[in-house]
Design a binder for this molecule. Structure first.
Ligand code: SF4
Ligand code: SF4
Length: 138
């Protein structure tokens, strides 16, 4: 079977290389089993499922990926990483997309922690605070 994937433009190739470099993952290892999406606690709130994110990243679909709600909905719980039979760190791929969006000046945080009162912040579960702060520091 010919497994060679042809990307349509040099921009797409550059984007794939960038995502692989930032995330440290080999995107072509994914064979679309869907286990990452099946275990994701945030899947119902995403516009693109985690396995679809990987497929679109393989294809260099930069515009669609950086505009997706998913990269801001992911809570970095790492469930997908633990379920992947190919040991792909999907959360790191999503993180790399979020980081690229931030570097481009785009952001769409679901939890705007800086808009909360000190009282509201102190009531947040620690994992929500950590997740929100992680997105601020990418
Ligand atoms: S790290 Fe993100 S994509 Fe992976 S299971 Fe958790 S919420 Fe879903
Ligand atoms: S679990 Fe791994 S191999 Fe399966 S679709 Fe997700 S990233 Fe691809």
């Amino acid at each position: 079977m010919n497994t060679t994937m042809r990307l349509s433009s040099s921009a797409s190739k550059a984007f794939v290389a960038k995502v692989e470099k930032i995330s440290g993952q080999k995107l072509l290892a994914c064979y679309q089993c869907g286990k990452c999406s099946a275990g994701c606690p945030m899947a119902a709130y995403m516009d693109i499922l985690p396995n679809q994110i990987i497929r679109m990243a393989q294809l260099g679909m930069q515009k669609q990926l950086l505009a997706s709600r998913t990269i801001w909905t992911c809570v970095s719980c790492l469930t997908c990483n633990s379920r992947c039979p190919k040991s792909i760190k999907i959360a790191e791929v999503i993180e790399s997309l979020r980081e690229t969006a931030l570097r481009n000046g785009q952001r769409d945080d679901r939890l705007k922690i800086w808009e909360l009162s000190p009282e509201a912040r102190s009531d947040l579960p620690p994992i929500a605070t950590i997740s929100a702060m992680r997105k601020l520091t990418s």
